[in-house]
Design a protein around this ligand. Structure first.
Ligand code: 5GP
Ligand code: MN
Ligand code: MN
Length: 308
């Protein structure tokens, strides 16, 4: 495609403390050798419950993957990376070591150790990167998901974190501090949780779908090339959303069709995404429901714009 640069992505999520070497013990699907890619995306739940050693171990695991850019967000299990959660209910305020874990955890994820491993830890919002190939990539990232069992990075189901007030559904409380821009503002969305009714079905209660309505509204406005997430381990998979021509349609109304994509790892998905017309949705949870690393990474080639 003229004016674009083909860029190879590897997408993973929900590794929950996994280290290479563990996979073989359970005949897992996430194991070395992993292919070299341009960009690695990790969609959160890096650890089991946070902790400084656990964050260092995540950096160690990510250092084993060969990618020019490694973009990482947190998830609900990475407790102390959420300052609001940590100071309000996560830590013991009378234990100085515990209290300090948020700042020290962020330092591990963003400091020298992360730099040496090529890791870029993303907080919620917009981030733009230029690769050595000249490809430019604008990413919207968010570790937040609907409240479930009192973990970190929560919002309530009747709250909208992702849209401007006039774009929210009726009777919903808008709490967005970093709303998702309209098409063509972003190339990639990385969230910990899935949008509503897309790779979000749960084992319990059986067949229920638990993805976020406000997030579906936001992704339907933004129409990125790729929206990747994890969180719902049992809904691992990929599907291409084909959007309606009318960009005024929002949420489920904006979807014309869905085309499920089987995993072809270690090959790359063979479906060239049409920007503005399609979004590849990927639930990349490596761990299954029993926290065993049974799922493969996803490899995707995307056409990114050339930096000016
Ligand atoms: P995690 O604890 O790793 O964030 O999520 C693990 C599992 O908890 C998911 O695979 C899913 O089965 C369940 N889970 C997470 N969030 C929700 C939710 O909002 N509703 C329901 N019913 N289950 C959830
Ligand atoms: Mn998880
Ligand atoms: Mn999770």
């Amino acid at each position: 495609m003229a004016g674009t640069i083909t860029t190879r992505f590897m997408i993973i999520s929900d590794t929950h403390g996994f280290q290479f070497g563990d996979a073989e013990k359970v005949r897992g699907a996430f194991k070395q050798p992993l292919p070299k890619v341009d960009v690695l995306l990790h969609c959160g739940d890096l650890t089991e419950r946070g902790g400084l050693k656990a964050y260092k171990d995540v950096i160690k695991m990510l250092s084993c993957i060969d990618a020019e850019l490694k973009l990482v967000i947190a998830g609900n299990h990475d407790l102390s990376l959420d300052g609001a959660y940590w100071y309000n209910k996560g830590c013991d305020p009378d234990d100085p070591e515990d209290y300090a874990e948020h700042e020290q955890g962020i330092e591990i994820m963003k400091g020298q150790l992360a730099k040496e491993a090529g890791v870029t830890y993303l907080e919620e919002g917009l981030h733009t990167f230029t690769l050595t190939s000249g490809a430019k990539c604008t990413v919207y990232a968010s570790p937040y998901q609907p409240e479930f069992c009192g973990w970190a990075f929560p919002y309530e189901r009747d709250e909208d974190r992702f849209n401007l007030p006039h774009q929210s559904a009726p009777l919903v409380k808008n709490i967005a501090v970093n709303p998702v821009p309209d098409f063509p503002g972003i190339d990639i969305m990385m969230t910990h949780g899935p949008p509503r009714d897309i790779l979000d079905w749960v084992a319990s209660p059986p067949g229920a779908t638990v993805g976020c309505n406000a997030l579906l509204r936001a992704v339907s406005r933004a129409r990125p090339l790729l929206h990747c997430f994890g969180h719902i381990h049992e809904a691992y998979g990929a599907t291409t959303v084909i959007w309606k021509d009318d960009k005024k349609k929002i949420g489920a109304d904006a979807i014309e069709d869905l085309s499920p994509q089987p995993s072809v790892y270690p090959d790359s998905l063979d479906w060239p995404i049409k920007f503005g017309r399609e979004t590849l949705m990927v639930n990349a949870a490596i761990m299954d429901l029993n926290y065993k690393p049974r799922n493969s990474p996803w490899l995707v080639d995307l056409e990114l714009p050339r930096a000016a």
